[in-house]
Ligand binder design. Structure first.
Ligand SMILES: Nc1ncnc2c1ncn2[C@@H]1O[C@H](COP(=O)(O)OP(=O)(O)OP(=O)(O)O)[C@@H](O)[C@H]1O
Ligand SMILES: O=C(O)C1=C[C@@H](O)[C@@H](O)[C@H](O)C1
Ligand SMILES: [Mg+2]
Length: 184
């Protein structure tokens, strides 16, 4: 087999990069999908796509889409952006509610999907300062309700679940890389 690694790089470090793409991150708001996704992408040398970010680039801030057009419209454009992103050889972080779409769940059935989990206690300080329209009212209680409603959907699509409450981003990246590498 040809050696495609970086000259001088230890074989073990190279081996960790052989992962199937896309790798998709799902989970509730504040679980760390954006932060872990960006770090994972740079670690495995893949592009990073955050579907919330892509929606905002194309259609404007998400809270404005919710305010102007409503959630149902947001879900339609989210589905389009997600379908496109899932065809890319990238690390893809989905919005927290993307799994509500049945076509998205069907797409995810064939892919390496990681469910990032977080406890209510750990997420509370992570949610401050954000612009999350579904949490504009109701705070952590509302977050818990949304998380619980969607739990079966995350469970259905994911091949690996990681509790991020007390893990460093670096450790989460290592665990995903190891799991995905074994699927390659
Ligand atoms: N493992 C972690 N430990 C501590 N803080 C974290 C961890 N992962 C992410 N965070 C912090 O939690 C906050 C939310 O993370 P992030 O934006 O990545 O979540 P998200 O899942 O993308 O949320 P959303 O669905 O709202 O986009 C950020 O301030 C981030 O720096
Ligand atoms: O959980 C949700 O439904 C959402 C999560 C965010 O990632 C954004 O996609 C948006 O704020 C909706
Ligand atoms: Mg995010």
């Amino acid at each position: 087999m040809p050696d495609t690694g970086v000259p001088g790089e230890p074989a073990a470090a190279r081996a960790t990069r052989a992962v199937p793409l896309p790798i998709v991150l799902v989970g509730p708001m504040g679980a760390g999908k954006s932060r872990v996704g960006a770090r994972l992408a740079s670690s495995v040398g893949a592009p990073f796509v955050d579907t919330d970010q892509r929606i905002a680039e194309r259609y404007g801030p998400i809270e404005e889409i919710f305010a102007r057009e409503g959630e149902a419209y947001f879900r339609v454009i989210e589905r389009e952006v997600v379908a496109e992103a899932l065809r890319e050889e990238a690390v893809v972080s989905l919005g927290g509610g993307a799994v509500l779409d049945a076509d998205t769940r069907a797409d995810l059935a064939h892919l390496a999907v990681v469910w990032l989990q977080v406890s209510a206690e750990a997420v509370a300080p992570r949610l401050t300062g954000g612009t999350r329209p579904l949490l504009a009212e109701g705070g952590v209680e509302r977050w818990i309700r949304i998380r619980d409603e969607r739990r079966p959907l995350y469970e259905q699509v994911a091949g690996l679940a990681i509790d991020t409450s007390r893990r460093s981003v670096a450790r989460i990246v290592d665990e995903i890389t190891e799991w995905a590498g074994a699927r390659a």
